[in-house]
Design a protein around this ligand. Structure first.
Ligand code: DAH
Length: 356
C-alpha cells in the first residue's frame, strides 16, 4: 500500500472514531508496535541509502500528521462528551418548591444535636470511633480482662474467629472511644463521643442497636467536683429547667474508680414524667474518675494526669425529654410515629435560639 493511501485511510479512520475508546483503537492499529505505519519501518533496511532517506522522511511526516490528527480528534471528542454531560445535568432552578415537606428529623438526631450543642458550649469537642471494635479497645483496655464478669453482661455480638483466635465485636458501648482518644491526643482532653452501640437484647427499653454518648475529661487537676458541675449544667440545659436536683450514687464500673450512677429528680403524674420537680428519681447515666489501669493501657501516666468519664443513653434521654414510651418504635420507621415525634428540618437546636 502506498504511503498516500495509508495516510488517506488512517486519517479517515481518525475522523470516523465515535468516542475516545474507538480513537485509541485507531491509534494502536496505526502507530502501535505492530501498527500499519510502524510496519512500514521494516522496509527501510532493504532500501538504498537515497531511497531510505526519502522514504524515511515521508514516513516521519505521515507519523506526525496522524499523531496530530489523533490529538485534535481527541480534544473535540472530550469537548463533545463534556457538552453532552452539561446538557444532561442541568437543573431547572425556576421549578416551584414542593411546599411544606412531609419529612421530619428523627428525635434521636435532634437530641444528638442538642447534646453536641450543650457540650460544645462547655468546650467539648466531638470524637468518633469505629462500630466494629477489637477486644482490646472494647474490653481489655477498659480494665475488663477476658475472665471479667462485666463482659457477660454486655450481650456482645461477636464476629467469626480469625485464624489467630481473636474475634472482632460490634462495640457494646462508646467507651472504646475514650481509649482511642487518649492514645492519639495529649491532655488536656475534653471530648464527647456520641454514636451507635450494639447489644443482643430487645424489649420495651432495649434494642439491639442503640445510641450512647461518652464523655471524657483528662487534665492535671480535674476532679469529681468538675464532673458533678458539668453533669448538672448539662441536665439543666438539656431538660430546659432552671434547677434540677441530682443524686450521685456509689456504683461500680471496671473503668472508673470511684464510680457513680447519676439520678435526676422527677415527678410522675398520669403516667407522664416531669424532670426537675417532685420527689422521684430516674437514673440517667454512669460516671466516675478514670481508672489508673485505663490510663496506663492508653499510654498515659496516672501519676501525672487524671480525669473523669461518663456514659449516657441518647435514646433513653430522648424518651424522657419528649415523653416517648417505647424505645422499639424509634427504629420502626413508621411514618405516623415520625410525624408525631419528629422535628421540622428548620428547627435546628442552638443554645441561643432554644433547644426544642
Ligand atoms: N460504658 C458504660 C455502659 O455502656 C457506661 C459508662 C459508665 C461509661 C461509666 C463511662 C462511665 O464512661 O464512666 O454501660
Amino acid at each position: 500500500m502506498s504511503l498516500e493511501t495509508l495516510e488517506r485511510e488512517t486519517l479517515a479512520q481518525v475522523d470516523a472514531a465515535a468516542d475516545e475508546a474507538a480513537l485509541e483503537a485507531v491509534r494502536v492499529a496505526a502507530l502501535g508496535k505492530k501498527g500499519t505505519i510502524s510496519e512500514q519501518m521494516k522496509g527501510l533496511g532493504a532500501m538504498s541509502p537515497d531511497e531510505r532517506k526519502n522514504f524515511g522522511a515521508a514516513l516521519n511526516l505521515l507519523k506526525d500528521k496522524v499523531t496530530e490528527a489523533i490529538a485534535t480528534r481527541k480534544a473535540s471528542l472530550a469537548d463533545k462528551a463534556l457538552n453532552e454531560r452539561l446538557a444532561r445535568e442541568t437543573v431547572d432552578v425556576t421549578l416551584p418548591v414542593r411546599g411544606e415537606g412531609r419529612g421530619t428529623i428523627h428525635p434521636v438526631n435532634q437530641v444528638w444535636e442538642e447534646i453536641v450543642q450543650i457540650f460544645g458550649d462547655l468546650g467539648f469537642a466531638v470524637a468518633e470511633g469505629p462500630h466494629i471494635e477489637d477486644d482490646f479497645h472494647n474490653f481489655d483496655a477498659l480494665n475488663m480482662p477476658p475472665e471479667h464478669p462485666a463482659r457477660q453482661e454486655h450481650d456482645t455480638f461477636y464476629f467469626n474467629e480469625k485464624p489467630d483466635g481473636s474475634r472482632l465485636v460490634l462495640r457494646t458501648h462508646t467507651s472504646p472511644v475514650q481509649i482511642r482518644t487518649m492514645k492519639t491526643q495529649a491532655p488536656p482532653i475534653r471530648i464527647i463521643a456520641p454514636g451507635r452501640t450494639f447489644r443482643s437484647d430487645s424489649d420495651m427499653t432495649h434494642t439491639p442497636m442503640f445510641n450512647q454518648v461518652e464523655g471524657l475529661v483528662i487534665d492535671e487537676t480535674t476532679h469529681m467536683g468538675h464532673l458533678k458541675w458539668v453533669l448538672h449544667e448539662f441536665c439543666k440545659a438539656f431538660f430546659e429547667v432552671n434547677e434540677v436536683r441530682m443524686r450521685f450514687r456509689a456504683s461500680h464500673f471496671p473503668f472508673t474508680e470511684p464510680s457513680m450512677e447519676v439520678d435526676i429528680q422527677c415527678s410522675w403524674k398520669d403516667g407522664q414524667v416531669k424532670i426537675g420537680e417532685g420527689d422521684s428519681w430516674l437514673e440517667i447515666l454512669g460516671s466516675g474518675m478514670v481508672h489508673p489501669n485505663v490510663m496506663k493501657a492508653s499510654g498515659l501516666d496516672p501519676a501525672k494526669v487524671q480525669g473523669f468519664a461518663f456514659g449516657m443513653g441518647i435514646d433513653r434521654v430522648a424518651m424522657l425529654k419528649y415523653g416517648i414510651p417505647d424505645l422499639r418504635a424509634f427504629f420502626d420507621s413508621d411514618l405516623r410515629w415520625l410525624r408525631h415525634y419528629g422535628f421540622r428540618s428548620l428547627n435546628v437546636p442552638t443554645l441561643a435560639g432554644g433547644l426544642s
